[in-house]
Design a protein around this ligand. Structure first.
Ligand SMILES: Nc1ncnc2c1ncn2[C@@H]1O[C@H](COP(=O)(O)OP(=O)(O)OP(=O)(O)O)[C@@H](O)[C@H]1O
Ligand SMILES: [Mg+2]
Length: 281
């Protein structure tokens, strides 16, 4: 098994909060040496800094390198040029203490909702080695988290007994159960109907407001980006570069009704225009 890099200075260590939590410094990535030789990069010259607890969203056309950005941020792919640091540490391998959720439901069909949510605790330290002694406390934590996303009563159901939206709620609980400092969401709500999607925006908003982990959200939905994020980055078509950084200065906490206001629409339009421009080239 590959050694995983720990980014959680639970005790001791230099304080990292004054530095950016996420730091991309002129990062380029080509998927293999041949592509690098030909100068074919999936992302080019990405520089981006996010403060501790900041919620960022990345939007851009299909194939522009959003998922590639996520792989760089978690250390699943090394940068071809430039450097990525998370929590003040240079990334040199897959990171611990990161939670992830994706568009396709990835719950294990043979496990109940509760057991799916518990999965990271069976893998990530310090939970793994204390599972036997503290199992009851961990189960209580999983039940509590499921309650906050409205899944009380579904703990013992299997994924196929849940709706798509419920499965996605459970996936978000699984991504957060080990209290990661960073949550990566790659189009987590893309497959859901508009009502469920908006409900889950609020679930995510409330979890983030309470725990203030860093979030990197990849989405095609500009309203979603503006509603949830502190800062939205627009990427260009392949090869992906960052074209625009837009701070969303809407007051928090943001009620869903903010999405019907003029200031909200203005911000969405501004991003929309930028993306329209990208797609014409
Ligand atoms: N494993 C891989 N090997 C080689 N090329 C890849 C690999 N993964 C992605 N690419 C290429 O890198 C580019 C960026 O892909 P990426 O998956 O990051 O795009 P994306 O923005 O997430 O797209 P989408 O919105 O469709 O999910 C694409 O041109 C893709 O073909
Ligand atoms: Mg993608």
């Amino acid at each position: 098994m590959m050694a995983r890099q720990d980014i959680s200075p639970a005790t001791g260590g230099a304080p990292t909060e004054s530095k950016p939590f996420v730091d991309f410094n002129r990062v380029w990535l080509a998927y293999d040496d041949e592509l690098a030789r030909r100068g074919e990069f999936a992302v080019e010259d990405i520089s981006l800094q996010a403060a501790a607890g900041e919620f960022i969203a990345i939007v851009g056309p299909s194939g522009c390198g959003k998922s590639t950005f996520m792989k760089l941020a978690t250390g699943l792919r090394p940068a071809t040029r430039g450097a990525v640091s998370i929590a003040g540490e240079k990334v040199h391998g897959p990171l611990k203490q990161v939670g992830m959720a994706f568009q396709a439901p990835t719950l294990l069909p043979w496990r109940t909702t509760l057991d799916n949510v518990m999965l990271p605790l069976e893998i990530v330290e310090p939970y793994r080695s204390t599972m036997r002694a503290k199992r009851d406390a961990y189960v209580a934590r999983a039940r509590e988290l499921l309650k906050t996303v409205g899944l009380s009563g579904y703990e013992d159901k299997y994924p196929w007994q849940l709706s798509g939206g419920m499965q996605q709620r459970a996936s978000i609980c699984r991504a957060l159960i080990h209290r990661p400092r960073m949550l990566l969401l790659d189009e987590p709500f893309g497959a859901l109907d508009a009502f469920t999607r908006e409900e889950l925006w609020c679930v995510l908003r409330d979890l983030w407001q309470a725990q203030r982990f860093n979030v990197i959200l990849v989405t095609h939905d500009l309203r979603e980006a503006v509603f949830l994020a502190d800062t939205v980055y627009v990427m260009s078509a392949r090869p992906g570069r960052i074209l625009l950084r837009k701070e969303i200065d809407l007051a928090r906490p943001r009620p869903l009704e903010v999405t019907y206001t003029e200031p909200f629409a203005e911000r969405v339009h501004e991003l929309r225009e930028k993306i329209g421009h990208v797609r014409q080239h």
